[in-house]
Design a protein around this ligand. Structure first.
Ligand SMILES: O=C(O)CCC(=O)C(=O)O
Ligand SMILES: [Fe+2]
Length: 352
């Protein structure tokens, strides 16, 4: 760069929350306008809905109950890649407290939130709007907050109480994920601690992602989040009462109707790689609406940053050759930021 040239700063975008709250807003700015209506072609077959996993059976001392739950898990991972977990033991008050703490963050002033804006992908605390404003051609109707909670816990000091509730919530979710990964290992015919050990989960990366989707005057032309799969092994979601999440299944989009107090879990790209494609990460997207604000809180659970994720050798044979290259988890994360947040962009880099 020539001396005296000002360093290029990414352009700053107003939060969707502040846009949505400006009383003059009757249509969306052109920078948010999609030409196809994301609400078209929604399948709603009540016979075909997201599977339910009873966590109390999965952790039961009764071997028959446990093996039935593992079979359920196997079917859910193979057919949908998404499932609802009931009887998980995470207190309703803690789930609600986590959602309210995130709402408290989004309610801070733009100046207060500004401290965490425009940060790189591996910054432990960052917030912003859309997905990646330096790459998104059309902006998404979504504000976000991301906080790294494990292996090192990062404490967000505002709003008051956020830090405490995020620590407790992340620890409880970590326990649920540990049991799910034991069940998933068994369901793949592996020893129950296989994934935990191979992925170095004791120093695994756990990130809290809070998403806010304010009311939108033209929901038929805006998108909360475009179709994408998640990185990592398992993502665990809780939400307020406002829907909007849709999952792709057998080529159709399904609305997610969560059982109250259940946790929604989905398979991430790195579990697809580890399972050599037996379990696939699944596309999902978020649509917005005119009236109500959707708030979702996700905990992403990945391996440690230095783990090389490759197909498990036990799942490779003559009829199942390796379908992916191995790649260090940290590298896939940085690569995903140089690509548009769309579809299965991480897997496109490692598919053989
Ligand atoms: O808000 C939601 O329901 C889903 C958000 C999501 O898919 C993501 O943050 O990766
Ligand atoms: Fe996602």
């Amino acid at each position: 760069m020539a001396p005296g040239t000002p360093e290029l700063q990414p352009p700053k975008f107003p939060s969707v929350k502040s846009l949505s709250e400006s009383s003059a807003l009757t249509s969306i700015p052109s920078s948010y306008t999609f030409t196809t209506d994301p609400n078209q072609h929604i399948a709603s077959d009540p016979q075909d809905s997201i599977p339910v996993i009873d966590f109390s059976l999965l952790t039961s001392g009764n071997p028959d109950q446990r093996s039935k739950a593992i079979q359920d898990l196997h079917r859910a991972c193979e057919k949908w890649g998404f499932f609802m977990v009931i009887n998980h033991g995470v207190a309703e008050s803690l789930m609600k407290g986590m959602i309210e703490a995130c709402r408290g963050f989004f309610d801070l002033t733009e100046e207060e939130k500004g401290e965490f804006e425009g940060k790189p992908v591996l910054a432990p605390i960052r917030c912003g709007t859309s997905s990646n404003t330096s790459l998104d051609k059309i902006l998404f109707w979504r504000d976000f907050l991301k906080v790294f909670l494990h292996p090192q816990f990062h404490s967000l000091n505002k709003p008051p109480g956020f830090s405490e509730v995020s620590l407790e919530y992340s620890q409880r979710i970590k326990k649920v994920v540990e049991e799910l990964l034991k069940g998933i290992s068994k369901s793949l015919g592996l020893e129950e601690w296989y994934i935990d050990k191979a992925m170095n989960m004791s120093s695994g990366l756990q990130v809290l992602v809070a998403n806010l989707y304010p009311p939108c005057p033209q929901p038929e032309h805006a998108m909360g989040l475009p179709p994408h799969s998640d990185y990592g092994l398992l993502t665990v979601l809780t939400q307020n009462e406002v829907g909007g999440l849709q999952v792709q299944h057998q080529g159709k989009w399904f609305n997610v109707n969560l059982i109250p107090n259940s946790l929604l879990v989905n398979i991430g790209d790195h579990l697809e790689v580890l399972s050599n494609g037996k379990y696939k990460s699944v596309l999902h997207r978020v649509v917005v609406n005119r009236k109500a604000t959707r708030l979702s809180v996700l905990i992403t659970n990945g391996p440690s940053l230095d783990t090389v994720v490759a197909p498990a050798p036990e799942l490779i044979d003559e009829s199942h050759p390796p379908a992916y290259f191995g790649m260090k988890f940290q590298e896939t994360l940085t690569l995903s930021q140089t690509n548009k947040h769309h579809e299965k962009s991480i897997l496109d880099q490692v598919r053989i």
